[in-house]
Design a protein. Structure first.
Length: 514
């Protein structure tokens, strides 16, 4: 029998089974709840019921109850860890063999009770470990690697890279297609990039810890304790407290708030903090360290007014917010990385209509120089996996992929030189996608709805569109009102109107992305 864990938002066993790690190595943290519901497949034979066996806080397994059907709810206190097994018994009470153990379940305190507490103190330069890590290095050899996903054939593979040459390919466990890779950073501080997943339309996040290109442990988060209004999406990873372990951000566009989850190598969450964000037409453009002090900043872009600003975090809370520049119409940040090897993050800007590209080299909030990138990129090619250093020269490179042909191309940056080379050592496969980096951010969907503010398609956002919006206010976002829900919280309300009103009278924008 395989035990499955249920919550109000997800059959968590789908995630557990798909992760491919043994049950003993998997761990799940349930946020803001002290009970977990389990279900299992029926045992064969003359079954009268099931004994429920619980090991609590690493103690011995004890029979704590029985169930007449194939489900049971087990409770605990905040901080408790439990492992559950079941055994079928017949009419005489004779038990059969124990099932394999469930994940280790930890009942974590509620995220919503936190107001900025942190066990770490931000210090300039961090621990030193964060300064030498190579981004997107899953194998630990000092060069970035590529994660390749084939959704048609349900496969995930790690390509070890030496420049543009694939020196080895390793199959990794696969997740269902509803799970998206939303981050690749070093969450456990072992110097190797890990994989952060989030499932569509649920409150579940999972981290695969990697070592030498293999999945060594799985950690699940159930975020059901956060507010139900809107969608919580992972919007970036970075070392926000300078402890040498990368953390990640959850953003709720409807509420305009962030949850910053500081990571601990052993338990997953060391601390967390709530930070007030933006409710308007803002997106998180980057979570890189722009000033080279070992602590990541949050860089925001206004999708309408085109303002670009950076937030400096002090410990767990918000420090200084500094403007960088105002981008020209049609431009937005589409990637980031340290492209000139000075230890400070830079930004890649793109204009989807003209296919023009620029590099902005930064020192904190100061643009030190700009460089136009090669032109003529066909719309069939998409920019992915920004920030990786595939030739290990200390400069971030750019990776392009063509899903129609399966081709992958790397632009090696040694400013001002850009050298393009197609990836060799594997045969192009149609439908193969590079998924290194963050493919799960809400920017694309938000842009589509934002730019569809021209509801009647006449080329201008005007009073006729306002009439459509007014008819949908205070209604669920379904049917003809689905695209009027600009902030994606499944309901049309004043926040959607506030975002839409910024576009009133302006030319219709383009939702096309690179």
């Amino acid at each position: 029998m395989t035990i499955r864990i249920r919550s109000t938002t997800l059959l968590l066993a789908i995630a557990v089974a798909a992760c491919g790690a043994s049950a003993a190595s998997a761990s799940t943290r349930l946020i803001d709840t002290t009970s977990a519901s389990f279900s299992w497949a029926p045992a064969s034979g003359p079954v009268h019921g099931y004994y429920v066996v619980v090991s609590r806080n690493s103690g011995p397994p004890l029979v704590t109850g029985f169930s007449a059907d194939t489900s049971e709810t087990v409770s605990g206190e905040y901080g408790d860890t439990i492992v559950v097994q079941v055994a079928a018994y017949d009419a005489s009470g004779v038990a059969g063999p124990l099932s394999p153990p469930s994940d280790t379940i930890t009942f974590s305190p509620p995220l919503t009770s936190s107001t900025g507490s942190s066990t770490g103190t931000a210090t300039g330069g961090g621990s030193g470990n964060s300064a030498v890590r190579t981004p997107l290095d899953f194998s630990g050899d000092g060069a970035s690697d590529l994660l390749m996903r084939d959704l048609q054939r349900s496969g995930l593979a790690l390509w070890r890279m030496n420049g543009a040459d694939v020196t080895g390919a390793t199959a990794l466990p696969e997740m269902p297609s509803s799970w998206k890779i939303v981050g690749n950073a070093d969450y456990d501080g072992n110097g190797v990039a890990d994989i952060l997943w989030q499932e569509d339309d649920t409150d579940h996040v999972a981290i695969w810890s990697l070592d030498a290109g293999s999945v060594t442990a799985t950690l699940h988060y159930d975020l059901a304790g956060l507010e139900a209004q809107g969608r919580w999406t992972v919007e970036g990873s970075g070392d926000f407290d300078g402890d040498g372990r990368d953390d990640f951000l959850l953003f709720n566009r409807s509420l305009g708030v962030l949850e910053l989850l500081h990571q601990d190598a052993a338990s997953g969450i060391a601390s967390w903090a709530r930070i007030e964000g933006y409710r308007g037409a803002w997106s998180i453009a980057s979570t890189l360290d722009l000033d080279g002090d070992g602590i990541a900043e949050i860089t925001w872009q206004d999708e309408v007014e085109k303002h670009l600003i950076t937030w400096r975090l002090d410990g767990a809370g918000l420090g200084a917010a500094t403007p960088i520049a105002r981008m020209d119409a049609g431009w937005r940040v589409i990637g980031s990385g340290d492209h000139n090897g000075d230890g400070k993050g830079d930004l890649v800007l793109g204009n989807a209509s003209t296919r023009a590209l620029q590099l902005w080299f930064l020192d904190g909030a100061t643009i030190t120089s700009q460089q136009n990138l090669p032109e003529g990129i066909d719309a069939a090619w998409s920019l992915v996996a920004g920030g990786g250093d595939y030739d290990a020269d200390g400069n971030a490179d750019l990776v392009w992929t063509n899903e129609a042909t399966g081709e992958v191309s790397i632009w090696f940056t040694t400013p001002p030189t850009i050298a393009s080379e197609n990836v060799a050592g594997v045969s192009p496969t149609r439908g193969l996608r590079v998924v290194s980096g963050s493919e799960g951010a809400d920017d694309g969907e938000f842009l589509r709805k934002l730019c569809n503010g021209d509801f009647n398609g006449d080329g201008t956002i005007n009073i006729q569109d306002f009439g459509r919006l007014r008819r949908c206010v205070d209604r669920p976002a379904n049917g003809s009102c689905a695209d009027v829900d600009i902030d994606g919280d499944a309901f049309v309300d004043a926040n959607d109107f506030n975002i839409w009103s910024q576009l009133f009278g302006a030319p219709a924008c383009s939702a096309q992305t690179f």
